[in-house]
Design a protein around this ligand. Sequence first.
Ligand code: ATP
Length: 236
Amino acid sequence: MLLEIDDVSLLYGRIQALHGISLQVDEGEIVALIGANGAGKSTTMRAISGIRPVAGGRILFNGEDITKLRADLRVRRGLCQAPEGRGIFPGMTVLENLDMGAYTRRDRAGIAQDLDRVLNLFPRLAERRKQPGGTLSGGEQQMLAVGRALMSRPKLLLLDEPSMGLAPMLIQQIFTIITEINEQGTTVLLVEQNAQQALARAHRAYVLETGRIVKSGTGEELLHDPSVKDAYLGVA
Ligand code: ATP
């Protein structure tokens, strides 16, 4: 197992957002986490990336207990979250933003190779490489955030709502790119409101309800599960 979350709880003050969740991500997988607004999807990501401390349970990454490890040290171990929303550096150009993603790395040849790869994955970013990040459209900024995360060459890429606010055509595109990223060897854990697309792309998925995992299965199984269809796919 690349990532193993075991009975993790998390509190925001007196509010308990996660009630002992357990989930696993194996190397090479795309795993999706779906659930309604407020179910705890982003919170789960924050626990994994180390932005919020957990109140109980264990997180293992690559066999190492990282439950109490600082967020920046998790990034160095290959656990990288594309910033929530569009957290890019607005005053820096596209290229400078991508460079920042590689800040933990020293292998210049590898960095150059990954830059090529990101610019190939996102031709739109290649066209705008000299443009300040803050002047990109919302969708382009979202792509830049994903591209920047890829520049750290993560073992596990955490994506929190990568399709949020994108036009339908771009949503398709971003999911195609996620599949490509995975086929090129990166394991992906994905949080999505867009359950249909996420389940169609994911090898496995978990359903989160009010801070608890209530169901898991292959993407295919959950796509055809009547209760999942009812609650999350907008079709009876
Ligand atoms: P959405 O799809 O709407 O983004 P989500 O599944 O990602 O939802 P979370 O953002 O993880 O949900 O929130 C889970 C619960 O924790 C919610 O009830 C939310 O109000 C609460 N919560 C999240 N962040 C905080 C915070 N900083 N302080 C207090 N409560 C919070």
